[in-house]
Structures are given as structure tokens and as C-alpha cells.
Design a protein around this ligand. Structure first.
Ligand code: C2E
Ligand code: CA
Ligand code: CA
Length: 879
């Protein structure tokens, strides 16, 4: 580093100059000295010699040291300047140093010169390097992309860059030297630092934090500051890079806001599923909007059903009673109609007011809004099933709060509340369906039972209140339903319900608990006397009046079953069960109503057991058919067989049909059993035929329930399959035909077209007239046994049977007399030209095997004669 030090030496004395050079060389410095002693020589030495250092004498004849110093300082400030002088007083020395000299050395003490030169060169080199670096550094700062503010240990601004001017709006000189809190209130200390440590005496921390920046115009903006320490000659400074983070903050806020609304949405959805009452749901929705959505105020108004007005039903975030006064209206002229809430219900669209103060039509609302600190609001219609049911209104303390994205989510929010309300409404509908009969709108069985239980608890507590549970059943309701149609049936049920409601002072306790069963509760004395009073004159009279149905007048009869509390039970299900038992028995009796008694239940239990046994019987083939011959009266020949079912239950012997067929019908089992009967008769016919026995047509009894099956005809034809359908006749009772006449006529026509014949069973017991028989597609009339019994004693009955027979013949129908037990009866019937007889006189119903012999005889073409009858019934004879 010592090589080639160029020295410009300002010295008039050559001797001194040589002495100086020698001294420097002696000290090991490699120097090249150029001596000058005039201003001109000095200037050219500076310009051309590019000296590393200037050594100068103080006074010379043609030049002087201070001028040299001044020139050097102004034009070449980087070149160190040292005075080397013989005499120098203190004042001069001070002036020299002030003028920029780095040192002075007395010629009398030249030993100091070399170290002084060395140090001066060293310092100059460092200063140069630093200057160099500083200029690069200041460029870096100046053009850095962020606003850079460097503050010193006292917190005063030392450096700012162009960005800082731009960001804060201050000119550079307005900032330099001023405390940094002019830009950042609170200074550069992260909030976490205690105030005392805001000015750093030691190395300041590296830190980044968010704070507020303040512009020259006083406006604030969110700022982020990143601090780093800076070591300077005067200690540790702090460099801060300040960024305006408004955009990022706005974005963050927007995201937070949208998140909030999302929170609101999901909370409302789940509330909607949990809360059953609309008012509670609305309150919850408002509360969620305030607590999770951070809307300061939320309220919900609902339109009054069937009106153009609505009221607030829930609000949250405000404790102002005035809010409850807001009125919703659909009328655009009504006062307050300009309120966004009213707009929203009118237009079915969201209505926004993003600056309450700026909207003239909000003037009326403004004072309240301002008092509450509200600046904007949105009103969103709540649509249920496509109709506006209400509106939710949300307020914000900011203007322009409800932007597009926000609205998108808020629309979703309104849709969610709407959905929840709709869900509730559906739940209510379902609840209604679950607890009310949809035809009469009366409570159903479940609700009635619930209310009955409540009543029992109350009665028990009060130790009072006797009452009767009355069940009422419309006689033959099923027939009405079937013949007049469901709509008529429903109309009738409504009318009955109406009459019961009017007749009963406690309408809460009128219910329809079954298709054809109404329930009432009647307060009464312990003996049920008042029930009888109510049932007989009041209720019975009301019900006795004809019902107008589809232009017809219909008189109905009713059956009632009655259970008394507490006499017949003190639990809802016991009372109901007992009343049902009473009703069941009433329906099978001739009495209009029956009170429960203990024996009834036993019978019902028996019936249930029987039902199970019957199911088993069907599965285990316990049914058998017996066959009763029909005899041609003229020839005495076997002309037909009637298949009659018996139940061969193991250990019970043969059970006759009147002990189980009614139950089969009641339970519907008859449909399956009936199919079996036809199949079995068919099989028997085939079996006899296969054995060459040529059986006559077999008649099977068909229950009304079988006939009612839609595909009854197909079922029968399917069972008979390829067989000759002329092997089968069906017997149906006349009353059953009446039930659904047109439909039955169709079915019978189809059966007859296939070769099956039809007989009307038990003729004369029903209410149909002979004239109507003319319309039926039938082949045979079977006169009921009761006529056959009575005709021998009563002229009227005889006359009746005679008329039936002759009219039937006129209609080309065969006549069979049932239950002929005596020869007298047979004689009379023969006189009246009855075609066939069936009865114990000839034969009881017999098992198939027992019929074999008769068939063989018939085969042999031997006519069934009186002699044959006598074989069986010795004491009887017909002729
Ligand atoms: P129904 O169709 O009127 O059958 C005639 C009934 O009168 C039979 O009673 C028969 O045994 C009885 N009977 C016949 N001749 C005489 C007589 O001279 N004197 C007396 N006292 N009775 C006589 P059963 O077999 O007990 O059948 C009773 C009823 O059960 C039948 O009356 C019929 O309505 C029904 N039934 C029988 N089998 C079936 C069946 O397979 N299906 C259906 N749906 N009902 C059946
Ligand atoms: Ca019959
Ligand atoms: Ca009969």
C-alpha cells in the first residue's frame, strides 16, 4: 500500500523539501514528491499530478499555505492536506484545521510526519470508500419500491426517499429532522414495546408491525412497518420500510365479512331445522345476524296472512321500543311505504339503501338511524312457497356496506331463512296430517288419545269429573262409500262431524278415530244417565235428520259403544278399548248403543285368538268342502251341488261356517279362503270327472269382499284355467249386489259370458224388489229358508213365495228353494212349480266321498225318486 504515494509538496525551500522527502523515505514510505512554490505550479500539480496527499509550508514568498488549503478543499476535497511548517502559532493551527487540513507537523519534529501521512491517507481511503458506498446506498434507498424512513436514536427523521414523499404527501425537507410520529403516530416502536424504549440507545430490534400512517392532509391509512437496525457513526439508527396496506386490509375485511355471512348462513340453516316455531326461528335468525354477521341491528317483519299489512315479529341488537312500531305495507301510497322493507315485500326483491343520509326518501328514518349510528341498510324479502311472507332488514354502521358480493350472500341468507320457514310450515302441515283427519279436520286417534290422557290426569287431580267415552259408527258406511263414491262418502263424514261438533259442548273432544268411527267425550254422572240423555234425544235426533248427499236424501243409522270413566277404566287406552268392545257388540246387536261390560272384552279376546287360528287354518289346509245336493223337483234327479265350507280344526271337530265365515269377512281373510273354495270345488269336479262320475254343476258361495276385488273375474277364470267353466255356479246374496250395482253387473256379465252361472242366494231377506232383479245378469233365485219354513203356516208367505216363483219364471230364472226339510214343504213348492229344492229332506251337506254314490246312481241314469228320499228319510215322502 505504500508503493507510489504521489505527494504534492508546496515548499519554497529546496533543502526543506529534500529533508521532508528523506524523512518519509527513511520511514519506509515509497513516495514520489513533486515540489511547487507558486499558485500556478500548485494548480497544475493538482490537475495533472493527481496527488494522493498535499503537504504544504505555511508561508512562502510567492504563495501561501492557507490559499493552497482553500483551493484543495474547494476543488479536491478528497485529497488530504497536511501543513508542514517551521513556525506555527496556535491560532493559525486552528484556522488551518478549520479550513480542512487534516494535520499539521512542525519541521522541527519531522519524526511525526510519516505517521501523519500514513493516517491521513488511511482516513482518506476509508472516507472515499464510504462516500462511494454511501452514494450507492442512497441510490438504493432513493429508488427503493417502498417508502423508507431512517430515524436516529432520538427518533428524528434522518433519511426519507421519494416514495416517502409520495406516500405521505410531505416534501422531503418538511420531514427531515422532525420526529417520526408526524408520519406514524406512536412512532416506530411496535406497540408491544413499552414507551420508554421507543428511542433506542442500543441496537434496535428487527421488527414488523401494523399501525396507522398519517398523510399531510391528516387522513390516515393502515400501514405496515418493517424495521431494521442501521449502524452509523453516531450510534444505532432505525430504518423503516413503510407500506400502505389499505388494499390488503380491505380485502381481508371483505373476506372476514363474507366469512361472517357464511357463518350466519350455516347457523341459520341448522337453526331452521331445529326450531319449530316461526317466531322463535325469526328471533334466532336476527340474533345470528347480529352475533355472527356483526350487523349491529337485524329485524324480521311478517305479513299478516290474508292482509296487505305486516308487523315486526323479531328484532335483535336494538332495545328500542319504537322499532316494534314499524309497519309493513303492500300499499305504495301508505305512509312509510318508501321504507326499503316495504319496497322489498312489494317488489319481492332486495332493497338496499347504502347511505341513509343521502337518500331523500329516507328522511323520515334518518334521525333514528343516525341516533343509532346506522348508515346503511338492506331489506330482503322472505318468500315461502313463492309468496312474500315477510322481510329481514339488516343495518350497517358503514355507508356503501352492501356491495355486490355482500348482496349475493345476503340473498342466500334470505333464501335460507325462507327455506327454514318453509320447512317449518311443511313440518306443521305434516304435524297437522299426523294429528288431524284430513277429511273432517277433526283430531285423529293419536291426538284424541293424547287429549284423553290429559283429561284423565286433570280429572284425577280434581277428584271429580265423571265422563263417558262414546264411539259412534255409521251403519253400512262402506256401502255408501262404494256405491256413491269416495267424494260422497267424504262429504257425508264432514256432515256427520259437523253435527257431532254442534251437538257436543266440548268440541275439543270430538275426533274421528277410524275410517267410520267418531269419538266423543260427554261429561256425565256416574251412572251415565246424561250420556243416555245426550245420545237419545239430542244426538240421535240430530243424526236422525236426513243427510243430503249428491242430490239424494239419505237416512243413516248409527251404532254407539260407551265406556264410563272411572267405572270402565282410568287409562286412555283401557277406556278406548272398552268403548270399542261395546261398539263392536252394538254393531252385532239390534240395539243402537251398548255400554261396556266386562264380558265384552273376553269375547273380543276370543275373536282375536280365533283370527290367528284361522290364519293358521289357511296355511295348514284345515278347511274342507262339503257338498249339498240340489234336486230337480219335477224329476227328482240330482241337478246340482252346493259347496259349503267347514273348518276341520284338529281336536275341535268340524266347525260350521256361521262360526267363522263372518270373522273371515271382517278380517279380509275371506278373499284368500274364497279363492281356495273355488279351486277346491274345481279340483273336486275334475277328480269326479276323472273317475268317470259326470258330476253336476257345483255352486260356490262368493263373499261380497271377494266380489269387490278389482280383478275378481280374472281370478275366477284363472283358477278354472282350461276347464269347462260350466262346471261352476256362483252364489251371491242380493244385499251384496246392491252395494256397487253397476260394477257388479259388469262383473257378472263377464262371468256369464265365460259360461259360469249366477244364483242369488237368500233371496227375499234383502230389501231389493223383484223388479230390480230384472236388471241383473243372473240365472237362478234361491228362496231363503225362512220363507220355506213359514209358507206352510202363513197364507201371506205362501202367496209371497208363489209371486216370487212366477215372476222369476217370467224373467226366465230358475228358482231353488233352500232349507227344505219336510215333504209338505216339497209338495207345496212343487205345486208352485219351484224348479229345484235343497235341504235336509233330501240330504245334508256331505263330504265328497259320500257324494260318490249319488253320482254313480245319477250315472246309471236312475232318477232320484221319492223312494230314494225315503231311503234316507224314512218318515218323509214326496210325490
Ligand atoms: P247358505 O249359502 O245359505 O247355505 C245354506 C245353508 O243352509 C248351509 O249352512 C246348509 O247346511 C244349510 N241348510 C241346507 N239345507 C238345510 C235344511 O234343510 N235345514 C237347515 N236348517 N239348514 C239347511 P252352512 O253349511 O252352515 O252354511 C252357512 C252359510 O255359510 C251359508 O249359507 C253361506 O252363506 C256360508 N258359507 C258356507 N260356505 C261358504 C263358502 O265357501 N264361502 C262363503 N263366502 N260362504 C260360505
Ligand atoms: Ca249358498
Ligand atoms: Ca242360502
Amino acid at each position: 500500500m505504500n508503493d507510489g504515494i504521489t505527494i504534492l509538496l508546496v515548499e519554497d525551500s529546496i533543502t526543506d523539501a529534500e529533508m521532508i522527502e528523506r524523512e518519509l523515505l527513511r520511514d519506509g514510505l515509497s513516495v514520489r514528491v513533486e515540489r511547487v512554490d507558486t499558485r500556478a505550479g500548485y494548480l497544475s500539480g493538482l490537475a495533472q499530478g493527481c496527488p494522493h496527499i498535499i503537504l504544504s509550508d505555511f508561508s512562502m514568498p510567492d504563495f501561501d499555505g492557507l490559499s493552497a488549503l482553500q483551493i484543495a478543499h474547494e476543488q479536491y476535497p478528497a485529497i488530504p492536506f497536511i501543513f508542514v511548517s517551521g513556525t506555527i502559532d496556535e491560532d493559525t493551527a486552528i484556522a488551518a484545521l478549520r479550513g480542512g487540513a487534516v494535520d499539521y507537523v512542525a519541521k522541527s519534529n519531522l519524526k511525526r510526519l510519516a505517521p501523519a501521512v500514513r493516517r491521513a491517507l488511511e482516513e482518506s481511503r476509508t472516507r472515499l470508500a464510504r462516500l462511494h458506498a454511501e452514494s450507492r446506498f442512497s441510490d438504493l434507498i432513493e429508488f427503493a419500491p417502498g417508502a423508507i424512513v431512517v430515524i436516529n436514536a432520538q427518533g428524528l427523521i434522518e433519511i426519507v426517499n421519494a416514495r416517502t414523499e409520495l406516500l405521505f404527501g410531505h416534501a422531503r425537507n418538511e420531514m427531515l429532522g422532525r420526529p417520526c410520529d408526524m408520519l406514524v403516530p406512536g412512532g416506530f416502536a411496535p406497540a408491544a414495546l413499552p414507551p420508554g424504549e421507543q428511542a433506542y440507545s442500543q441496537r434496535p430490534p428487527v421488527a414488523g408491525f401494523e399501525t396507522q400512517g398519517r398523510r399531510k392532509d391528516g387522513s390516515a391509512f393502515p400501514a405496515e412497518i418493517n424495521l431494521s437496525p442501521l449502524k452509523t457513526e453516531s450510534g444505532w439508527w432505525t430504518s423503516g420500510v413503510i407500506s400502505d396496506i389499505s388494499a390488503r386490509k380491505a380485502q381481508e375485511q371483505q373476506i372476514a365479512r363474507l366469512n361472517r355471512i357464511q357463518m350466519v348462513l350455516s347457523n341459520i340453516s341448522s337453526a331452521g331445522l331445529r326450531i319449530a316455531e316461526p317466531d322463535a326461528l325469526c328471533l334466532k335468525a336476527c340474533r345470528i345476524a347480529v352475533e355472527h354477521g356483526q350487523f349491529p341491528i337485524a329485524w324480521i317483519g311478517m305479513m299478516t296472512p290474508g292482509s296487505c299489512e305486516g308487523t315486526l315479529i323479531a328484532w335483535y341488537g336494538i332495545d328500542d321500543k319504537n322499532i316494534g312500531r314499524v309497519r309493513l305495507t303492500l300499499d305504495p301510497q301508505a305512509p312509510g311505504a318508501a321504507h326499503p322493507a316495504c319496497q322489498a315485500v312489494r317488489t319481492q326483491r332486495a332493497a338496499v339503501c347504502n347511505d341513509i343520509a343521502a337518500e331523500p326518501h329516507m328522511a323520515a328514518l334518518l334521525p333514528t338511524a343516525l341516533r343509532l349510528g346506522m348508515r346503511s341498510l338492506v331489506a330482503l324479502p322472505l318468500l315461502v312457497d313463492g309468496d312474500v311472507e315477510g322481510v329481514i332488514v339488516l343495518y350497517s354502521a358503514e355507508t356503501q356496506f352492501f356491495n355486490q358480493q355482500e348482496m349475493l350472500l345476503l340473498t342466500q341468507l334470505a333464501a335460507d331463512i325462507s327455506f327454514a320457514l318453509e320447512h317449518q310450515k311443511n313440518q306443521q302441515r305434516l304435524r297437522h296430517l299426523a294429528f288431524f283427519d284430513n277429511v273432517t279436520d277433526l283430531p285423529n286417534r293419536a291426538l284424541f288419545q293424547e287429549r284423553l290422557t290429559e283429561l284423565l290426569v286433570r280429572s284425577e287431580a280434581a277428584q271429580a269429573g265423571q265422563f263417558a267415552l262414546v264411539l259412534i259408527d255409521i251403519d253400512r258406511f262402506r256401502n255408501i262409500n262404494d256405491s256413491l263414491g269416495r267424494a260422497a262418502g267424504n262429504a257425508l263424514l264432514k256432515e256427520v262431524a259437523q253435527r257431532l261438533l254442534v251437538a257436543n259442548p266440548a268440541p275439543r273432544f270430538v275426533a274421528r278415530i277410524d275410517a267410520n268411527c267418531f269419538a266423543l267425550i260427554v261429561q256425565c254422572g256416574v251412572d251415565g244417565a246424561e250420556v243416555a240423555q245426550l245420545l237419545e234425544p239430542t244426538l240421535a235426533l240430530r243424526m236422525a235428520a236426513p243427510f243430503a248427499l249428491m242430490g239424494k236424501e239419505l237416512r243413516l243409522s248409527f251404532k254407539a259403544g260407551i265406556a264410563l270413566y272411572p267405572l270402565h277404566g282410568n287409562a286412555a287406552d283401557t277406556l278406548l278399548r272398552n268403548a270399542e268392545a261395546a261398539l263392536y257388540n252394538a254393531k252385532r246387536s239390534k240395539l243402537p248403543h251398548l255400554y261396556y261390560n266386562a264380558a265384552m272384552n273376553a269375547r273380543i279376546a276370543e275373536k282375536l285368538a280365533m283370527e290367528n287360528r284361522l290364519k293358521l287354518a289357511l296355511e295348514q289346509h284345515q278347511f274342507v268342502l262339503h257338498y249339498q245336493p240340489k234336486i230337480d223337483l219335477a224329476s227328482g234327479a240330482l241337478i246340482g251341488l252346493e259347496a259349503l265350507i267347514r273348518w276341520d280344526e284338529p281336536g275341535q271337530g268340524l266347525i260350521p261356517p256361521n262360526q267363522f265365515v263372518p270373522l273371515l269377512e271382517e278380517t279380509g281373510l275371506i278373499v284368500e279362503v274364497g279363492k281356495w273354495v273355488i279351486a277346491q270345488a274345481h279340483w273336486q269336479y275334475q277328480e269326479w270327472t276323472a273317475r268317470g262320475l259326470a258330476p253336476p254343476r257345483i255352486a260356490v258361495n262368493v263373499s261380497p269382499l271377494q266380489m269387490r276385488e278389482i280383478n275378481f273375474v280374472n281370478q275366477v277364470l284363472h283358477i278354472l284355467a282350461r276347464a269347462d267353466p260350466s262346471e261352476i255356479e256362483i252364489e251371491i246374496t242380493e244385499s251384496m249386489l246392491m252395494d256397487d250395482l253397476d260394477d257388479n253387473i259388469e262383473k257378472l256379465k263377464l262371468l256369464r259370458a265365460a259360461g259360469i252361472t249366477v244364483a242369488i242366494d237368500d233371496f227375499g231377506t234383502g230389501y231389493s224388489s223383484l223388479s230390480y232383479i230384472a236388471r241383473l245378469p243372473i240365472d237362478t233365485l234361491k228362496i231363503d229358508r225362512s220363507f220355506v219354513i213359514n209358507m206352510a203356516h202363513s197364507a201371506d208367505q205362501y202367496q209371497l213365495v208363489s209371486t216370487i216363483i212366477s215372476l222369476a219364471h217370467a224373467l226366465k230364472l230358475k228358482v231353488v228353494a233352500e232349507g227344505v226339510e219336510t215333504a209338505d214343504q216339497a209338495v207345496l213348492l212343487k205345486q208352485l212349480s219351484c224348479d229345484q229344492i235343497q235341504g235336509f229332506l233330501y240330504s245334508q251337506p256331505l263330504p265328497a266321498r259320500a257324494i260318490d254314490a249319488m253320482l254313480t246312481e245319477r250315472q246309471a241314469n236312475a232318477p232320484c225318486t221319492a223312494a230314494h228320499v225315503q231311503l234316507n228319510y224314512d218318515n218323509l215322502a214326496i210325490g
